[in-house]
Design a protein. Structure first.
Ligand SMILES: Cc1cc2nc3c(=O)[nH]c(=O)nc-3n(C[C@H](O)[C@H](O)[C@H](O)COP(=O)(O)OP(=O)(O)OC[C@H]3O[C@@H](n4cnc5c(N)ncnc54)[C@H](O)[C@@H]3O)c2cc1C
Length: 371
């Protein structure tokens, strides 16, 4: 069978696009790698996050907003299709400030972004400690908490439930998910032929969404993207009574009750091990915000690798040398899942990305060749 579209990579990005394609009656095959691959989708924090994004590229802020606006419908329909609830909640999100200097710096950076974006009204506010206490009744805040920024568009979801729901949704809509690492990609008439360790697959179009493993695949179709990994470590507590009614960057409580504490930003190459130092740093900061967490037992610590482009913004592009071959990369795959399933999926069917996404083309990283 020749598929309409093969998606290379079955993480949240590839699965969101595949799900959107299957919803649009495309014959989709997802070819996914192996358990030992670096898989950001199984290691992330689960925020659907907008505040502060796009300081170096305003379009990234607008793109994140478009996704956050669609997340509620996206999540509801996904629940209907897959029968699995991604546990999405959108009541805003906090960034705690632990000194007046942090508060002022946060205010200034959000204000600067606001002016750059030219928004009439702000979709965030700075709130003093008393305001944070009102938002979190019953929680005794650490003495250093002097306030927070509150982003009204922010929310969170359970990323493992999201991935599972997407993959179930793809299959319920007739799509196929295979564990088969793609080795080579070749032109095949008007389409593509993909060689894997488990046979050859062909399709009219392909989307490379293989996370940190996308580099060697993109090169084969003229879509070179310089990528680098960045390690993020997360701690998880035992299940607690509800204490955090809304998520924060660095602290969020799952619907089951676990508190997630994270995440570090470490440039250590492909080393995805956990460290005691990170556990100590994350714990200390969390206890400065909510001292009572000292009584909670930690039950897990893990590390994952973020998929980072040189400017940290997403890449969406169609190959000029191999039309029909697309690439989709980002380091906010949970946040952007809603637009990936709708706008990117439709663009693949249309055979062209909308002009508004031109700014995300990988050509922005091309280094002029020395004469
Ligand atoms: C610590 C941490 C915290 C994060 N927190 C958030 C957050 O709060 N909110 C948010 O929006 N984002 C967050 N992210 C980012 C988010 O996890 C990623 O943007 C997202 O998971 C990327 O998904 P992906 O599908 O592109 O990549 P991945 O999940 O890495 O998936 C890539 C897939 O491609 C497969 N693959 C690789 N090579 C091949 C090949 N040759 N053939 C076939 N398949 C292949 C792999 O097996 C893998 O399954 C976080 C990331 C980390 C590490």
């Amino acid at each position: 069978m020749k598929a309409d579209v093969i998606i290379v990579g079955g993480g949240i990005t590839g699965s969101s696009i595949a799900y959107g394609l299957a919803q649009r009656n495309q014959r989709v095959i997802v070819l996914d790698g192996e358990d030992r691959d670096h898989r950001a989708s199984r290691a992330n924090f689960g925020l659907v996050w907008v505040q502060g994004k796009g300081a170096n590229m305003p379009e990234y802020q607008f793109w994140s907003r478009r996704s956050s606006e669609r997340w509620s419908d996206f999540s509801r329909v996904l629940f209907d299709v897959a029968g699995q609830d991604p546990h999405f909640e959108q009541r805003g999100g906090l960034v705690f400030c632990l000194s007046d200097e942090e508060f002022d710096a946060r205010h200034m950076s959000l204000q600067k972004l606001h002016e750059k974006l030219g928004d009439d009204t702000a979709d965030w506010e700075m709130i003093e400690r008393s305001g944070v206490e009102k938002l979190m009744p019953g929680v005794k805040l650490g003495s250093e908490v002097c306030g927070a920024s509150l982003g009204h568009r922010d929310g969170h979801a359970n990323p493992l439930r999201l991935l599972s729901a997407l993959q179930t949704g793809i299959q319920k809509l007739g799509g196929i998910i295979m564990s088969a690492r793609v080795q080579t990609i070749q032109r095949d008439g008007s389409g593509f032929s993909l060689e894997t360790g488990r046979g050859r697959y062909s399709a009219h179009r392909i989307v490379i969404a293989a996370g940190i493993g996308s580099g060697p695949l993109g090169e084969q179709v003229g879509l070179d993207v310089p990528l680098r990994p960045q390690r993020g470590q997360i701690l998880v507590t035992e299940r607690l009574i509800p204490i955090l009614p809304l998520p924060a960057s660095g602290l969020r409580q799952t619907r089951e009750g676990s508190v997630m504490i994270g995440a570090t930003h470490e440039d250590v190459g492909f080393d995805a091990s956990t460290t005691g130092l990170a556990a100590a740093k994350l714990s200390v900061r969390a206890l400065r915000v909510i001292p009572s967490l000292a009584d909670a037992r930690l039950v897990r610590q893990w590390a994952g690798l973020r998929v980072l482009t040189p400017d940290g913004c997403p890449v969406y592009a169609q190959s000029e040398s191999h039309p029909g071959a697309f690439i989709a990369l980002c380091h906010s795959g949970v946040t952007l899942a809603a637009v990936h399933s709708e706008i990117i999926a439709q663009a693949v069917i249309d055979g062209e990305l909308p002009p508004s996404l031109e700014v995300f083309n990988q050509r922005r990283f091309d280094v002029p060749k020395a004469a």
